[in-house]
Ligand binder design. Sequence first.
Ligand SMILES: [Zn+2]
Ligand SMILES: [Zn+2]
Length: 237
Amino acid sequence: MMNGKYLFHVHTYRCHHAEKVPDEAYIKRAVGLGAESIWFSDHAPFPGDPFGNRMAYVQLSEYLYTLNTLKQQYKNQIDVHVGLEIEYIPSFDHDGYYRKLKAIPGLEFLLLGQHMAELRPSPALYTFNMTTEWLNQNEFKVLGLAEIDGIRTGYFDYIAHPDRIFRRCKTWTPEMQSLAEQIVKAAVAMDIPLEQNESSKYQKHHYWPELWKDAENAPKIIHGLDAHAVKELKLIV
Ligand SMILES: [Zn+2]
Ligand SMILES: [Zn+2]
């Protein structure tokens, strides 16, 4: 569990939707802010590169090498932690991908960020293949259930923005309440911290205080930035 002045959940240029700066720019800024640690968790690739908005699979070793080199270089100034933000996709679990990631030295943590979900392994069907109309009704349910399945595997060290699954919902319903309770309960049972995501607070319907009301009984909450630019680094704890 992290204490003190930390900067958690930081992306890099490799995901194609973050600022195009070297990784070191984030570390220099973090040192300047007086942070004690910075936690990189760029969007993880999958073998075969079936998904967008993330580094290519061939970049993974370079990402880990570069950040671990910086970790050594800056060890007297700041703790640099190297992880990945990744969805739980059962067919890749079946193929052993998460076990393979967990075994990589220099990859310290996995942050579960369920941005989409697998609906059917073969022929492959994902939430991003569905219509907006379908997603408006069903997205939160399938993302929530995938998140719970992911939590229970034990692969993940932190859960990113658990309330973001409700981004298409307009008002809090008993169905959402029940799902939120199941997520919190699963995280507590596995002793995995839930992330209160700073960037979610600035996007409509991405941050739901109702879930966090329930999470008050959960022992562990971490504060994440979801920084995609150097200027988004700030100490919030
Ligand atoms: Zn991102
Ligand atoms: Zn993120």
